[in-house]
Each structure stands twice: as structure tokens, then as C-alpha cells.
Design a protein around this ligand. Structure first.
Ligand SMILES: *[C@@H]1O[C@H](CO)[C@@H](O)[C@H](O)[C@H]1NC(C)=O
Ligand SMILES: *[C@@H]1O[C@H](CO)[C@@H](O)[C@H](O)[C@H]1NC(C)=O
Ligand SMILES: *[C@@H]1O[C@H](CO)[C@@H](O)[C@H](O)[C@H]1NC(C)=O
Ligand SMILES: *[C@@H]1O[C@H](CO)[C@@H](O)[C@H](O)[C@H]1NC(C)=O
Ligand SMILES: *[C@@H]1O[C@H](CO)[C@@H](O)[C@H](O)[C@H]1NC(C)=O
Length: 443
């Protein structure tokens, strides 16, 4: 994968150096700058500059002190550094939309805290971030901040996302008539969040979602979505990045203040949530494909399992007391429990066939979680006992590494390695979609 991207990147990097060498001092840029100059000077044999450069930098460049021609090692080092450089240099323009598209929804406090709130969190983090540019001509990507999951139904309290399509369509009509940036790429360097089920199909029932499909106006854009499966699915048939569901970092912090990640864990296996005793057939489908019902029936009398069907605001204090936390599918495979388990140091037991997990390049999922196939649910007790007796300590050690836990949480201010940073890093691998970049490499 890295290799197939090598060529355009390298081309971009040389041209970019020409354009940006007057910008002041980011360290990464400086080292490219130095090497670029080395190369030019080697060719032109300009002794004066060479000498002064060499004297001032020789001690910091011992490993390749003399200006050697581009050897294989130089090339690959340049590539590695340029991939970090791509992120450092990347800029995102955030459209300033009328409040009815976003902040007006925040009058309901839940809007910025519920599990779909990554649409709010990413927006906030970008507004505060060094990756933001106020100059759209300098932008590689365009973020369109529309909050679609904040219209809570008064009947059941769940977000009503029926209006999502029209709200986004109207935002696109607005930006495409006021700015030239949408039309020039037909939206391909524009970024949206679709944090609800089933992503940009905008419906919680899979059959309806598939029938509705992804609206045409989003087909060319980049979607940040919680939904992800490792097989072909009409609701992820668009350029996208799988993101974690939103969990408030403050709530995690408060829980860990009372009981640390490495504290005592007296619950062997934990699950709290909807477990239907007699699941209903909803247009041909059963909630959680009946997996949760199976768990309930099989393990409710098993003393190793702590299973609860009712809501409890203090459930994080239960997670932090547990060794294993069950993360079975709901209507869709992903679950906020995955993030909470990891953030609170409980080994997630993922029971959701075909799930595609967020940020696989940052989070080493196989080392920090257990995956159990839906068909093996009956053997759950034996499987977990086996892990507890063999490699549990290793898994916990990996899991408690702060880097894994950081990658799944969104903060108001982007922190290196946190969830918004991971989104930006994933975007930096899609710079071939950027209009500005394509123009630079054509020059
Ligand atoms: C909220 O959702 C309901 C049901 O989908 C819809 O009728 C209503 O127009 C939405 N409200 C707004 C302000 O979009
Ligand atoms: C972009 O295209 C739409 C539809 O073709 C058009 O109505 C709009 O005026 C265009 N926007 C700009 C800024 O030219
Ligand atoms: C923009 O993309 C949509 C969806 O793929 C397509 O239907 C439309 O023809 C495209 N418009 C232009 C001007 O390329
Ligand atoms: C579920 O309901 C659908 C109709 O909505 C029906 O065709 C199907 O046979 C039912 N499945 C089961 C397992 O009852
Ligand atoms: C732990 O052991 C289980 C089998 O019991 C295996 O599936 C899993 O990959 C192991 N995990 C690690 C991190 O060693």
C-alpha cells in the first residue's frame, strides 16, 4: 500500500518545497528544505553555500553528512518523513454555515455528548486546530459542519435522522452557490460526518438504509462514519474513514480518577444494555441478530457473568471494575461500548461478525481485544476462561498503553494521536483527492 502511493507523494513533496520554502520554521519542513538545497547545490557546485550550510548543519546530520547523490536509503527516508510532513502541511477549511445547520442544535445539551456526537466534536476540534486554514485557496480539504443526529425524537428520545438528507442537501446548495470550491471537484475534497446508522444511507434499519442508498450529492465526497464492515455494503460504497463513536473524555477522566485503569477488577464478564428476552421480527430482522438474547439466556445464571438489562447512569464504574466487557452488535455492528471498554481498561469482547474497526493503523485491535464469532456465543464462558488462564496479562498490558486509549477519544483541542488527529492523518492519505494538491503537482 505504501509503495503504490510513493510516486505522487514524492512528486508533491518536491514541488511543495519550492512553494513553501519561505514559510517559517516547522522542523520537518526544515529538514526537507536542507536536503533539497543539498541536492540543488550538488548539481550546481555552488561551493560557498555548500560550505556555509555544511558547517552550520554538519553536527546534526552526521549520518549523511556529505551531500551524497540520492541513494536508496535517502529516498526511503525522505518518503517516511514526507508522509509525516504531509499531515503537518495539510490544511482544512471549515465552512461557516448558518447556525441552523449546526450550533443551533446545541441548545439541547445532549447534542454534544451522546454517542453520535463526533459530528460536533470533530467540528469543534478543527475550529481550534493548527490544521485549520481561513484561506480556502490554501485548503486541501473542506469540512462541511452539519449536525444531523441532534434532532431527538420526543417519543423515544432517539435521534430522528429523517431530515438528514434535506439538511445536507440544503447545506451543499448553499456552499456551492456561494463558493467555487464544491463545483470545481463536484465535492470530492469535501468532508462530512455521518455518525449514525447506517452512515450516509441515513437510516437505522438496514433494509431501508440499503433501499434509500447514499444520496447522489454525497457520492463523491469523503464521509467520516462509525459504520464499517469488511465486506461490500451499499452504505459504505463511498470514500470514507471509519471513526469511533463519541464518548466524553471528561466522563472517562472522572471515572478513572475514582478507580484507575490498573485497579482491582472483581467482575469477570460484564454487559449492560438492551437484551431482548423475546426478540421481535422487525421487517425480517431481529435486534442484534438475536446474539444478545442468546447471551442473556445462556449466561444469566452463570456467576462469572454480570448481565444487566436496564439503564444505569453509573455504568462506567462497572466497566472499570470488569476484566472482560462484552461488545455485541446492535442493529449495526459497532457499539459505543468498544470505546468505553478500551478507555477504561476492560478487555473488549467483540461479537459482531464482519465489523471493521476504526483507525487500524493506530490501534492494534488484535492485541487489545478478543473477537468471538456470533455462532460461538454459546462457548463464550470457555473462551474467556481460556484467555484468562493464558494471555490475559499480555492483552491488558497492550490495552493499558495510553496510545491505544488516546486514539479513540475526541477532544475539543486536537491532541497528537487522539481521534481527530487520526481523522486528519487518514485524510492526509487521501490528498490525491485535493484540488489544490492536484494543481500543485501539475505545475
Ligand atoms: C426533526 O425530525 C423530524 C422527524 O424526522 C422532522 O419532521 C423535523 O422536520 C426535524 N426537525 C428539523 C428542524 O429538521
Ligand atoms: C455550481 O453549480 C450549480 C449547479 O450547476 C450552479 O447553480 C451554481 O451557480 C454553481 N456555483 C458557482 C459558484 O458557480
Ligand atoms: C457530480 O457527481 C454526481 C454523483 O456522482 C453525478 O451524478 C454528477 O453528474 C456529477 N456532476 C458533474 C458536473 O460532474
Ligand atoms: C420475519 O418477518 C418477515 C416479514 O416481515 C417474514 O417474511 C419472515 O419470514 C419473518 N422471519 C421469521 C424468522 O419469522
Ligand atoms: C490470546 O489468546 C486467544 C486464544 O485463546 C487468541 O485468540 C488471541 O489472539 C490471543 N491474543 C493475544 C494478544 O495474544
Amino acid at each position: 500500500m505504501a509503495e503504490s502511493k510513493a510516486f505522487p507523494r514524492r512528486r508533491g513533496f518536491y514541488v511543495k518545497m519550492k512553494l513553501s520554502h519561505h514559510k517559517n520554521g516547522r522542523a520537518q519542513e526544515k529538514s526537507f528544505f536542507i536536503r533539497y538545497y543539498k541536492w540543488i547545490l550538488w548539481v550546481s557546485l555552488s561551493i560557498y553555500f555548500f560550505t556555509s550550510y555544511y558547517i552550520s548543519h554538519s553536527h546534526s546530520h552526521k549520518s549523511h553528512g556529505t551531500a551524497a547523490p540520492m541513494t536508496k536509503t535517502h529516498v526511503s527516508r525522505a518518503l517516511v518523513e514526507s508522509s509525516n510532513g504531509e499531515l503537518k502541511e495539510m490544511r482544512v477549511f471549515v465552512y461557516d454555515l448558518p447556525p441552523k445547520y449546526n450550533v443551533e442544535w446545541l441548545s439541547n445539551e445532549r447534542c454534544s455528548n451522546h454517542l453520535f456526537a463526533s459530528e460536533v466534536a470533530i467540528h469543534r476540534a478543527l475550529l481550534n486546530s493548527d490544521y485549520r486554514t481561513f484561506d480556502p485557496l490554501e485548503a486541501d480539504f473542506f469540512f462541511v459542519p452539519v449536525y444531523v443526529s441532534c434532532n431527538f425524537s420526543t417519543i423515544n428520545g432517539f435521534p430522528a435522522i429523517g431530515h438528514a438528507r434535506s439538511l445536507i442537501a440544503s447545506a451543499i446548495a448553499l456552499i456551492s452557490s456561494h463558493y467555487p470550491f464544491w463545483n470545481r471537484t463536484n465535492g470530492s475534497d469535501h468532508v462530512f460526518v455521518a455518525s449514525h446508522d447506517f452512515a450516509s444511507c441515513f437510516h437505522t434499519m438496514e433494509d431501508v438504509a440499503i433501499a434509500d442508498g447514499i444520496p447522489l450529492f454525497l457520492k463523491n465526497s469523503i464521509i467520516l462514519q462509525t459504520f464499517g464492515v469488511n465486506y461490500k455494503h451499499p452504505c459504505q460504497d463511498v470514500e470514507h474513514i471509519v471513526i469511533p463513536p463519541y464518548i466524553s473524555p471528561d466522563s472517562v477522566h472522572d471515572t478513572l480518577k475514582k478507580s484507575p485503569v490498573t485497579g482491582r477488577r472483581d467482575i469477570f464478564a460484564f454487559f449492560r444494555g438492551k437484551m431482548e428476552v423475546n426478540p421481535k421480527n422487525v421487517s425480517g430482522r431481529f435486534y442484534s441478530k438475536k446474539v444478545r438474547t442468546m447471551i442473556w439466556r445462556k449466561f444469566i445464571t452463570d456467576r462469572r457473568f454480570y448481565l444487566q438489562r436496564h439503564r444505569f447512569a453509573g455504568y462506567q464504574s462497572e466497566i472499570v471494575r470488569s476484566i472482560f466487557c462484552l461488545c455485541p452488535l446492535g442493529w449495526a455492528p459497532w457499539s459505543p461500548r468498544l470505546v468505553e471498554s478500551i478507555a477504561l481498561g476492560c478487555v473488549p469482547v467483540i461479537i459482531a461478525d464482519g465489523i471493521r474497526l476504526p483507525f487500524p493503523s493506530a490501534v492494534n485491535w488484535p492485541e487489545i481485544s478478543i473477537t468471538v464469532a456470533e455462532k460461538d456465543i454459546g462457548k463464550l464462558g470457555t473462551i474467556l476462561e481460556h484467555v484468562a488462564a493464558s494471555n490475559l496479562t499480555t492483552i491488558q498490558k497492550n490495552l493499558w498503553d495510553p496510545r491505544n486509549r488516546r486514539a479513540l477519544l475526541f477532544h475539543n483541542q486536537v491532541q497528537e494521536g487522539d481521534a481527530t488527529w487520526q481523522v486528519l492523518r487518514a485524510l492526509s492519505e487521501k490528498l490525491d483527492r485535493s484540488y489544490r494538491r492536484s494543481r500543485i503537482s501539475e505545475q
